[in-house]
Design a protein around this ligand. Structure first.
Ligand code: F6P
Length: 319
């Protein structure tokens, strides 16, 4: 293998740039050329590629977002789009690809391998931490730290007024962000999609706190009750409780990656190059108990990564 490509796709995540840097430098150390695909799968279809060297990856380790840009390409979901992308990759002489993204990215990667036999290795890049086959995804640690810092500030004002605050965090269908952020922020109630949310229990917690005390409620955006606005509406209509709503939103996706995300991205980037060279394909490179592991791409979305049961218990004990 003499020429490979790297790209980022789906929602950006802090640490994607550190991953790109690690892929390029890991490959260069083995005498392999690297091309960066600009704009995710859309850029692949257009053949939008750029040769990357040591100079192009300088100062990337601490940069948020992704310098290669990203997209959620509808065209690539069609066979024709994937065929056009494969043609472009072959034109450039690309013999292997490293993808960084979440389950949407891996669906596309799996398909292009099946249909066009271009070796492809995935690396987990998403703030949601919802991929089976790795303890943590690149970007998760930064996102939870950003959210926890914001909630510390909300707590000051909530405390001063003795108010109820409902804070909605991202995570799509998974509650990893909500759980870690809720515990670290000392929230009184945490609602995650993985468990059934008991609104009467929430009401009791607010009563226990009393009028002078603040109540912080963390809601994972995928909770079955709904988002923070729905919680506030139910609290008002059913229990006559006024609550303030904060939706943290895309602030959770930005910013300089934490040390943990930088190290994880660096390790997985180099491991992905090694995996391609070892002839692996259609797998995601992840880290479990500090060891590098390879999981078939399909399993990363068909198998569900559970929230640690102990954290659910812990959240209950501490609140
Ligand atoms: O997958 C990452 C994520 O930030 C989710 O937490 C969120 O549901 C989604 O992406 C938002 O996507 P977009 O920025 O395309 O609206």
């Amino acid at each position: 293998m003499r020429k490979i490509a790297v790209f980022t796709s789906g929602g950006d995540a802090p640490g994607m740039n550190a991953l790109i840097r690690a892929v390029v430098r890991g490959a260069l150390s083995k005498g392999i050329e690297v091309y960066g695909v600009l704009g995710g799968y859309s850029g692949m279809i257009e053949g939008n590629m750029l040769k990357l060297g040591k100079k192009e990856t300088a100062n990337l380790i601490s940069l948020g977002g992704t310098v290669l840009k990203t997209s959620r390409s509808k065209e690539f979901m069609q066979k024709g789009g994937r065929a056009a992308a494969a043609e472009k990759l072959k034109d450039y002489g690309i013999e292997g690809i490293i993808a960084c993204g979440g389950d949407g990215t891996f669906h596309g990667a799996h398909d292009i391998w099946l249909e066009h036999q271009i070796p492809i290795v995935g690396t987990p890049g998403t703030i949601d931490n919802d991929l089976y086959g790795t303890d943590y995804t690149i970007g998760f640690d930064t996102a939870i730290n950003t959210a926890a810092e914001a909630i510390d500030k909300i707590r000051d004002t909530a405390d001063s007024h003795g108010r109820v605050f409902i804070v909605e965090v991202m995570g799509r269908h998974a509650g990893f962000i909500a759980m870690d952020v809720g515990i670290s922020a000392g929230a009184e109630f945490i609602a995650v999609p993985e468990t059934v949310t008991n609104l009467d229990q929430l009401y009791q917690r607010i009563l226990t706190q009393g009028k002078q005390q603040r109540t912080i409620v963390i809601v994972g955006e995928g909770d079955e009750v709904g988002g923070a606005n729905t919680f506030a509406q139910i609290l008002k209509e059913r229990y006559e409780i006024d609550a303030k709503v904060t939706i943290l939103g895309h602030i959770q996706r930005g910013g300089s990656p934490t040390v943990r995300d930088r190290v994880l991205a660096s390790r997985l980037g180099v491991a992905a190059v090694d995996a391609l060279l070892a002839g692996k394909t259609d797998v995601m490179v992840g880290e479990i108990n500090s060891e590098i592991v390879y999981t078939p791409l399909e399993e990363t979305w068909t198998k569900r990564k559970p929230i640690n049961d102990y954290l659910i218990l812990l959240a209950d004990i501490l609140t």
